[in-house]
Every structure is written in C-alpha cells, then in structure tokens.
Design a protein around this ligand. Structure first.
Ligand code: E4P
Length: 219
C-alpha cells in the first residue's frame, strides 16, 4: 500500500520524506490556503521535494474551465496529478484530461456509484473521504469495501483507491486490510503510526540493562 501525505506544508513533507516511506502528496484548496503560500509556487516546491505523485486541485466549476486549469497545473511538473471534484463537470474534465495522458484524482467521493463513474471516466485515483462519512455516522470503511469489490469485479477498471479524510491509525489499518491502494494521511496521524507505549517501555528497559553491562558496540 502506498502512503501519501495530506498537506501543503513543505517542512512537514521534507521531514517525512526523509523516512523513505513517503510515496506522494495530496493537497486541496483548504490546505493550500492554510499554507499561506502561492498555489503554483508551493505545488512546484512540493513536486521538487518528492518523487511520487502530487495532487493539485482545480477550482473552476465547469468542465471547460477545469480542463483549462488542469492543463496549466499539469505543466508544473511531471509528477503532478490534477484533482477534480466528483460532479458531472468534473467527470467530463476527467475523461478529457485522462484521454490526453494527464493523471487525475477525482475527489470528494462519498458513494460507490460516484466511484464507479470516476473509474469509467478514466480517473487515475478516486478519493473517498472516510472521516467525513464517519462524522455523520455513516461507516466510511464500508464505502472502501464496496469500491474495492466493484473495482475488482471488472478488469477494465484500473483506478486506484486513495483513501482520504483519514483521522486516526485505525483508518490506515482498516484501509490496508480491505486492500486499498493508497492512504493519504495528515502529518500528525502519520507520526503516530510508529508509536506504541510498550515499544517505548521495552526500549528503555533494554537500554538500562545495556548501560549496566558496561559494553559498547564499536566498529
Ligand atoms: C484528500 O485529498 C483531502 O485533501 C483530505 O483527505 C480531506 O480530509 P479532511 O476531511 O480531514 O479535510
């Protein structure tokens, strides 16, 4: 499973990319606004920082406008993915951009039929938002299971499932159990994934015993 980071904060991206476990980045208009930086400038810097796909979202609401914006964004770097909202106009733009070989991420997906349409439109990625469904008491992971089943039923549906709106480590675990292709995780959640109190306790005990032994590992 691929790990993307869901942020436009370049310091966070650089820091987590140094782990060697970061496969890509997703942004959205809210995250770009939070960064306080120019859309093109920050996206370009992110693309130069990571080797993997970097999603940048269009803001036009009609297909023609989305295609125009998408083509402009796509020129930024080879690893750009054009993010489009899951509305009919976004699907039209997705078909057109995909036909030109531009990678696409169809976002704001909240139903299995929406995901089916995005795959038929040739989306590279579909982004179902699990956290926002959980927020309204609808099981977000059930949607991931449904999309996995539907995509696996048809050999011609090649869209990757990119689980978005991740709020906690269990979302990551459940997405992996279902066989989602990608998770996009906020930096704070990503940092919690390696932590366990028993790991910290065990390490402290090992190091205390080692100290008492008076030994050193030297080359
Ligand atoms: C995905 O691409 C979105 O940027 C993101 O995951 C939305 O998450 P949120 O629901 O926490 O805002």
């Amino acid at each position: 499973m691929k790990f993307f980071i869901d942020t436009a904060n370049v310091d966070e991206i650089r820091d987590l990319a140094a782990t060697g476990m970061l496969d890509g980045v997703t942004t959205n208009p809210s995250l770009i606004a939070q960064s306080g930086r120019d859309f093109f400038e920050v996206l370009k810097e992110i693309c130069d920082t990571v080797d993997g796909p970097v999603s940048g979202e269009v803001t036009a609401l009609d297909a023609e406008g989305m295609i125009k914006e998408g083509k402009t964004v796509a020129k930024l770097a080879d690893n750009i993915v054009v993010k489009l909202p899951l509305i009919w106009e976004g699907l039209k733009a997705c078909s057109a951009l995909s036909a030109e070989g531009i990678k696409t991420n169809v976002t704001l997906c909240f139903s299995a039929t929406q995901a089916l349409l995005a795959a038929k439109a040739g989306a590279t990625y579909i982004s179902p938002f699990v956290g926002r469904l959980d927020d309204i008491h609808i099981d977000g992971m059930e949607l991931i299971e449904d999309i996995r089943t539907i995509y696996d039923n048809y050999d011609n549906l090649e869209t990757e499932i990119l689980v978005a709106s991740i709020r906690n480590p269990n979302h990551v675990k459940d997405a992996a159990l279902i066989g989602a292709d990608v998770v996009t995780v906020p930096p704070a959640v990503l940092r919690t994934l390696a932590g366990h109190p028993l790991t910290d306790k065990g390490l402290a005990a090992f190091l205390a015993d080692w100290e008492k032994s008076g030994q050193k590992i030297s080359s």
